[in-house]
Design a protein around this ligand. Structure first.
Ligand code: PHB
Length: 397
């Protein structure tokens, strides 16, 4: 059955099943993230950020308006499940917006439903560049892999003569490989090899062995943030790559803040480029991290998925307030395209109205020990107000 017929069929069923529609002033947001499967530990970093934002800002909503999150588990990289959930949320639960989504394949599966149902869809993680081109109802508040790994490649070319890439074999990994390679080669660097590893249950050891034998000066890695990043770090150390003089670099996904304790000292010295570190000294970030610890415990830390969810909720609340609580999909998208925040925990951000993708600064960071704690210490702002480079190099035809 095609999407339209499926939607219509479910709509009929839903009309019979849901006699009690929500009151007009409750805005329902279908929040899809991962609580199980690959890196299922990441879901709470998104949901907690959204709930913390709501707790602080519900008072700013127009009088009589409430926001309700309908949270769903897409079980990891599972486009069929993501599609099914989005469809139920749109047709049965009648959500006015969709939000969340960690994995690119899931975001791509939801995109046509957002278009079909005219449901604004705020992407709070999935980072493959092409995603936003798949529906005019998508706005992305997270990042693209091109935003971090293209400047990383340009920077690395000034420091290393040879590099190798190792990436997870799916959208964001392929983007990271392409972007780094372009930046590194343009800067005069020489790529000595590249390898793609399976997304699910990868055994990094044989790949690391290959890299060690090739002896590049730098190894650029992308794997999804979360427990996979810790597995990479352990293999890099166990197989003696650091001792062999191979420097580990990558986007911030590989030194994701919440895993640093699990990684331990093997992560020390890893150099990454990213838009967010929980250790950033900006006042807005200090306030964000302090609120997080107060709410969830002194040992807890937000990560880049948290800041995207926080900012995403800020964008959603802005659209709701501007429309005085009566949201319309076209007006909402128009407002998303105008969204700006000079004072996000990650620094100044805006939505590019042409592409509906985030514009943000990128920082060079190093894993260091500060007060006995491993942190992604921001060393310099390596690129300011970066628009997705892939879209600049591949303009719409
Ligand atoms: C993605 O699927 O787009 C993705 C997943 C995890 C990341 C980054 C991107 O850390």
């Amino acid at each position: 059955m095609n999407t339209r017929r499926l939607l219509l069929a479910s709509a009929t069923a839903a009309a019979l099943l849901a006699p009690f529609a929500a009151s007009a002033d409750t805005i329902k947001i279908g929040f899809i993230t991962s609580y199980s499967g690959l890196n299922g530990n990441l879901g709470p970093y998104m949901e907690r950020a959204a709930r913390l934002y709501m707790k602080q800002h519900d008072k700013d909503l127009p009088k009589g308006t409430t926001v309700e999150l309908l949270v769903r588990d897409d079980t990891g990289t599972n486009p069929d499940k993501a599609k099914q959930l989005a469809q139920e949320l749109i047709v049965r639960d009648k959500v006015q917006m969709l939000a969340g989504v960690i994995f690119t394949p899931n975001a791509l599966a939801i995109a046509p439903l957002a278009t079909e149902g005219k449901v604004p869809f705020v992407i709070m993680n999935a980072g493959t560049s092409v995603i936003t081109t798949r529906s005019p109802y998508i706005a992305r508040v997270s990042f693209t892999l091109w935003q971090s790994t293209y400047p990383l490649g340009q920077w690395a070319a000034k420091k290393y003569k040879t590099a190798y890439t190792m990436v997870s074999d799916f959208g964001p990994g392929i983007d990271a490989e392409d972007a780094f390679t372009k930046g590194f080669k343009e800067g005069g660097g020489n790529m000595t090899g590249s390898v793609r590893v399976p997304v699910n249950n990868p055994d990094f050891a044989p790949f690391m062995q290959k890299v060690r034998d090739a002896k590049p000066q730098a190894l650029m890695v992308f794997v999804p943030a979360g427990v996979t990043a810790t597995a990479v770090m352990k293999n890099y150390s166990d197989l003696g790559l650091a001792k062999a003089g191979v420097k580990l670099i990558g986007p911030g996904d590989i030194t994701t803040d919440e895993e640093l304790d699990n990684m331990g000292d093997v992560a020390l010295g890893a150099l990454t480029v990213h838009h967010y570190s929980a250790a950033a000294q900006r006042p807005a970030n200090k306030a964000f991290v302090a609120a997080w610890k107060k709410e969830y415990g002194a040992k807890e830390t937000p990560n880049f998925l948290s800041v995207a969810s926080w900012d995403g909720m800020d964008m959603i609340y802005y659209a709701i307030k501007e429309q005085k609580g009566k949201v319309d999909p076209e007006a909402t998208m128009g407002l998303f395209k105008k969204y700006k925040n000079a004072n996000s925990p990650r620094g100044p951000i805006a939505i590019d109205p042409e592409t509906r993708d985030i514009v943000q600064d990128e920082y060079l960071r190093e894993v260091r020990k500060v007060g006995g704690q491993l942190q992604n210490v921001e060393i310099e702002t390596i690129a300011k107000q970066v628009k997705d480079p892939w879209k600049t190099f591949n303009p719409p035809k």
